[in-house]
Design a binder for this molecule. Structure first.
Ligand code: PEP
Ligand code: MN
Length: 339
């Protein structure tokens, strides 16, 4: 960390900053210029809080020089991390599509969904049993019963399942149903206690971006999971809030190359919650894959008009088949593949 003292800082104030640095077990390197003094803190600077240092008299600015995240940073792990979900790889040459309904509704709906996922050549299935809804008066998900329906339908087609965990108290149930990928939704990205809990299990996690989260906050949220020991994290860009109201969210395509630079972990995109309309899904999916995403999370319903949740943005089974064909073409052009 670099601490820049003000041009009127006294010797006493400089000494007090040095004392703070040394108290944390770091070394202070003092450089006295003609106008001001700059102090370098050498050692693990993550233990130093720049805001605390800036509150000291005579300090003008305190700046971190290394990234505040470590395990998830590419700085410390150059190669791409490839995550294996029951033999399906995410993060390497292959691009993985994950599809299924927004929510688990009935055994029949899940059976049809699983069949449609399989028929399109998609290898992983999504579906929410516990739904984070804006209103407490709308459908909240089918809960544990939903997990049961999901597991059954997916097993029949041999598909690993991806489902959202909202409450750490449900983690044992998720283990019982052998959930293959735990999804942390946009509204939970900074639920640090939940992140710590999923950090303790050995199940891959899809960490969605908070709808108003900066990339750095998102990386720090992943670091919470990683710090607990679970390094199988997949970032999912799902659109952010802006001033625009024409669509549900703005798909931040720019975040894809930025994340690929900052982290070695896979990055996928959810075009459904970004645009919020089924007719936008194909265009946003193409953009995401072309920009370097390692996969997609797409909402598909056997009968979108009858979906209990997010009906407007679900594509139908036929559209999923066409989308897959289109994406295979793009993958080939950029030297990747969709199996
Ligand atoms: C979902 O995937 O169904 C969902 C609720 O997504 P998000 O957390 O991105 O809103
Ligand atoms: Mn949804």
């Amino acid at each position: 960390m670099i601490i820049v003292m003000s041009n009127v800082a006294t010797e006493e104030q400089i000494e007090s900053v040095i004392k703070r640095i040394e108290e944390k077990g770091l070394e202070a390197n003092v450089s006295r210029g003609t106008e001001r003094t700059v102090i370098g803190a050498i050692g693990d600077e993550r233990s130093l809080d720049p805001e605390l240092l800036e509150s000291l008299p005579g300090v003008e600015q305190a700046l971190h020089i290394v990234k505040p995240y470590k395990i998830v940073a590419r700085e410390w792990h150059k190669e791409d991390t490839v995550i294996d979900i029951q033999g399906n790889l995410i993060g390497g040459k292959q691009i993985q599509i994950i599809s299924g309904p927004c929510s688990v509704e009935t055994p029949d709906q899940m059976e049809k969904s699983a069949k449609a996922v399989k028929a399109a050549g998609v290898r992983l299935m999504r579906g929410g049993a516990f739904k984070p809804r804006t209103s407490p008066y709308t459908f909240q998900g089918t809960g544990v019963e939903g997990l049961e329906m999901f597991r059954k339908a997916a097993d029949k087609e041999g598909l690993p399942i991806v489902t959202e965990l909202m409450d750490a108290r449900q983690l044992d149930t998720f283990m019982k149903y052998k959930v293959d990928v735990i999804q942390i939704g946009t509204r939970s990205m900074q639920n640090f206690e939940l992140l710590k809990e999923v950090g303790k299990v050995n199940v891959p996690v899809i960490l969605k971006r908070g709808m108003s989260a900066t990339i750095s906050e998102w990386l720090m949220a992943a670091e919470y999971i990683a710090a607990g020991g679970n390094h199988n994290i997949i970032f999912c860009e799902r659109g952010i809030r802006t001033f625009e109201t024409y669509y549900r969210n703005v798909l931040d395509v720019t975040a894809i190359p930025v994340l690929k630079k900052e982290t070695h972990l896979p990055v996928i995109v959810d075009p459904s919650h970004a645009g919020g309309k089924a007719w936008m899904v194909a265009a946003l999916s193409r953009a995401a894959i072309a920009a370097g995403a390692d996969g997609l999370l797409v909402e598909m319903h056997p009968n979108p008009c009858e979906a209990w949740c997010d009906a407007d943005q679900a594509i139908n089974p036929q559209e999923l088949i066409s989308l897959m064909a289109e994406l295979r073409g793009i993958a080939k052009v950029i030297g990747r593949e969709i199996l």
